[in-house]
Design a protein around this ligand. Sequence first.
Ligand SMILES: [Ca+2]
Ligand SMILES: [Ca+2]
Length: 422
Amino acid sequence: MRKILTSLAIIIFVAMACAAMCDEIVFDKEILKKTPTIDGKIMPGEWEVFYTYNTENDIVTSYVNWDFDNLYFGCTLNAIESISIVLDLNADGWTVGDDNYLILTNENGELDVLKVVKTGEEGVTLVNIDVPETNQIHGEQSLVNGKTNLEIAIPARMVGKNNFDMGKTNFNFAIKTPEADWNTFNPKDITDNTIGCNLVNHKSFALAPLTLDFYLTREKAVASETIDGKVKIKNHGSEPIVIKELIMAGEGLSEDIVSSYKIKVGEIRPGKTFEREYHTKVLPDTPLGAKALGCEIYTDQMKVGGVLRSFEIINPSKSMPYLPKEVYYTNDKVIRIGVRILSYTDKRATTGYASVVVPEGWEIEGNNHNKFKVIGYNKYVDLIFRLTPPLGAIGHFKIPITVNKGTEQETVTCDFDIVQTR
Ligand SMILES: [Ca+2]
Ligand SMILES: [Ca+2]
């Protein structure tokens, strides 16, 4: 079965070639492909815990996972009354776009697949969609040590996708027990409280009693800047464990853009944690997009753990429309529109100017262009233009603002309505 990471297969041979030349470090991706087996038994180490909660007589644990072909959901509890899964596959809001699904237990105990077809003032309209036999949800349930175990796989094809490639998605998984109400999402209360995740953002595995974690201080980085992180290996057991080394390496394209490491570890005493920082400079011509970094740990004999974390290379700054108000009224003398310039780098200032071309009949107070300077990670400046519409202007307006940053030029559009004053 193809897994999510094989989406990078085309470029992996480049990475392997570099790894071989660089330091004979080859990162084994296979170990991180923890696709669960849908057999109705949640096995130790098979799943990542999503959340847990306690009711009066029950401990409910939910699990999620994903690969190239499927999204997986699982749970263990005493008894299930129903489940619901909300998917906002493009991560742009559960009521926005053509990518929104609700999968819900019906009165026969089967799962219905519903799609959001319309959002209006009266709420959300859902329709039950017909899913071909081959694209259907695969679910298995059984009783293991007195606990109900449920495992289900939702194929990418079922929701109109060829695969679940790396990228942002939102979902929610709610479980109703006979004795307690819906947790985290009530399908009757249609609001967007999906939980965002970056597919392959973080996958970790380690043989007990070890745990392995790898953190990055920033999941978004700008080319030429440094990515900082920390690896932690903890020994939860009662005996010392000797770890020979840990290997850090990028996967796919990131091998070409960040450094690979091999670090000697040594003995980790019971209850102790080995920590090591990771710093690497991103090469200046690194392409934008998601990359992954991995770390593996070895004893003398074998590999005993692996962790994979994704990060994203982004532009040093971004411009977006900024509207203090979404709706204006016909008696508003001044319409304020603008642009927000957001910086993702604290290494250099983003400077330039923004200009607006006012539509015919409109007037602008002061200059039609404004200079800006912004510096710092996640810092922004807002440039506001004050426009006077012609008498009687009403309806929907789109006014572009051009942002000049040195040789770069970006245009954002301010969208707003002028409506009749009541
Ligand atoms: Ca299983
Ligand atoms: Ca959506």
